[in-house]
Design a protein around this ligand. Structure first.
Ligand code: FAD
Ligand code: SF4
Length: 473
């Protein structure tokens, strides 16, 4: 008889909405062994092709089955520098788990019977962190004299830095913000990714010899030419997609309308929920509307409803989305969690206008109802507004989470760096090299908003090409 999937433990929704503690608990050893034992160790394991960095999933699960947790850690770390992070945030239902033999054919996401690969990865990542397991860097006298600059400390930059440092290269990471991690720190809230986990993974890079300089904006403090002149032999750009998009509808400039980036940065990076202990404030409304259906929207809504609870406000936070739940790009687990926490979902709704009061603060949102039409270029069915369906809803705070665009601080002052019409950096897809010799790029600055593991996949490819470039040089 086929074994049932092991259910992961979760904090109950009534208590978790009052704070920022992690929602999903990890597997115990017994649970990990039980879940791993469901893997049938396929002769031709399809799951591996579903992982953008190609972790040997079959092997590491096999090692868990044999209780060789050190071995499993080493197998994962050969391909992935950040198992505890990816085990928590990877959209596995679209990736490795979707390819698992237990996913039924034609399903849009992984079936619930698919092996809990990401939870097993998290178990092993956390085991490695508890035991302080480290991956050694190769000591190579020749390579240790070569310096590579990495711009940006999000998953792309950190991953590229780790890969190069492991090969003995001296890496310096330049980060514009005062803290490292990119979206992992300022976007994803601690109830999904606890900061001690993030810090451990970043510290493990420092242990490999990676030097990190924060408050250092390349393009303002120094230009690319100056980095080369200082002796860096190659440069990797992991600049991310940090610029929020807006809908361009009337009233969008009213007070208490935030971009999701600003709202999440205020809380996650600047601790605005602890104002005045911390200096950054954030306004919280009684009727909050979050517009969008991706991870960013789910995070914003779940942070917002927590802040309502923590401030003694009767919770009323609504996600407003143009399509249906099936088309939402967010991880399925985040959608479920948002609902459990009391976030309302108003689907097939297109915001048309924000209406303010005499002081310039938003008070209402006017929207139209939609139906789904023909598929658009993304393959998803296009939302079409229904004539005469407009309605108004209470809204004294809104968070716009409809997409992010390229950060142009560096590209704007580097004319030789070719970009596309979206401002993303153009690369040779085989090597990730840009139009400037010796400058490589990866992550969201190449091809727009993606996922943590996709950013890492590109960074790994770039690291291989950088090593090759340095060798030839
Ligand atoms: P970023 O993480 O954006 O990092 C770029 C870094 O570069 C930043 O720290 C920035 O300050 C720095 N920088 C930029 N320009 C300069 C400069 N000129 N000089 C110095 N530093 C510079 N993906 C998932 O897989 N799972 C999820 O659950 C998930 N949730 C998300 C939630 C939110 C709220 C958001 C916004 C995204 C989420 N994503 C998720 C997407 C994922 O986080 C991104 O795809 C990923 O972070 C991209 O990595 P990156 O390194 O390219 O860019
Ligand atoms: Fe195990 Fe599924 Fe991979 Fe097969 S496809 S090896 S069952 S995880």
């Amino acid at each position: 008889m086929r074994k049932e999937p092991v259910k992961i433990s979760e904090r109950d929704s009534l208590s978790r909405v009052k704070g920022f503690e992690e929602v999903v608990g990890g597997f115990s050893e017994a649970e990990a062994l039980q879940e791993a034992s469901r893997c049938i160790q396929c002769k031709d394991p399809k799951c591996i092709a579903g992982c953008p960095v190609g972790i040997d999933i079959k092997v590491f699960i096999g090692q868990i089955i044999k209780k060789d947790f050190d071995g499993a850690y080493s197998t994962i770390r050969q391909k992935n520098n950040f198992p505890s992070i990816c085990g928590r945030v990877c959209p596995a239902e679209y990736q490795c788990r979707k390819e698992c033999v237990f996913t039924k054919k034609g399903e849009p996401f992984a079936s619930k019977e698919a092996i809990g690969i990401h939870f097993l990865e998290r178990f092993i990542g956390d085991y490695g962190a508890q035991k302080k397991l480290q991956v050694k860097s190769a000591s190579d006298d020749k390579r240790s004299k070569i310096k590579v600059a990495v711009v940006g400390s999000g998953p792309a930059g950190l991953c590229c830095a780790g890969e190069l440092a492991r090969c003995g290269i001296k890496v310096v990471v330049f980060e514009g913000l005062h803290k490292t991690g990119g979206v992992l720190r300022y976007g994803i809230p601690p109830f999904r990714l606890p900061r001690n986990i993030l810090d451990f993974e970043i510290d493990s890079l420092k242990n490999l010899g990676v030097e990190i300089r924060t408050n250092y904006i390349i393009g303002k403090v120094k230009a690319i030419d100056e980095l080369f002149a200082e002796g860096f032999s190659a440069i990797f750009l992991g600049l991310g997609a940090g610029i929020p998009s807006f809908m361009g509808i009337p009233g969008e400039n009213l007070c208490n309308i935030y971009s999701a980036n600003e709202f999440l940065t205020r809380v996650n990076l600047m601790s605005a929920h602890k104002f005045p202990e911390f200096h950054t404030p954030v306004n919280i409304g009684k009727h909050i509307v979050v517009i969008g259906g991706g991870n960013t929207a789910m995070d914003a809504a779940r942070v917002a409803i927590r802040l309502q609870h923590m401030n003694g406000i009767e919770p009323d936070t609504t996600i407003s989305y143009r399509r249906t739940e099936v088309e939402m790009p967010a991880r399925r687990l985040e959608i479920e969690h948002a609902k459990e926490e009391g976030v309302k979902f108003d689907i097939l709704v297109k915001p048309e206008e924000f209406i303010g009061d005499e002081n310039g603060f938003v008070r209402k949102m006017r929207s139209s109802r939609c139906e789904l039409g023909e598929p658009d270029s993304s393959g998803r069915r296009r939302p079409v507004a229904i004539a005469n369906s407009a309605f108004e809803s209470d809204c004294d705070m809104a968070v716009v989470a409809v997409g992010l665009g390229a950060n142009k601080i560096l590209t704007g002052v580097t004319p030789d760096l070719s970009t596309d019409k979206y401002g993303d950096v153009k690369v040779n897809p085989e090597t990730m090299e840009t139009s400037i010799k010796g400058v490589f790029a990866g992550g969201d600055i190449v091809g727009g908003e993606g996922t943590v593991i996709e950013a890492m996949g590109m960074a790994k490819k770039a690291a291989v090409a950088i090593l090759d470039y340095l060798e030839k040089k």
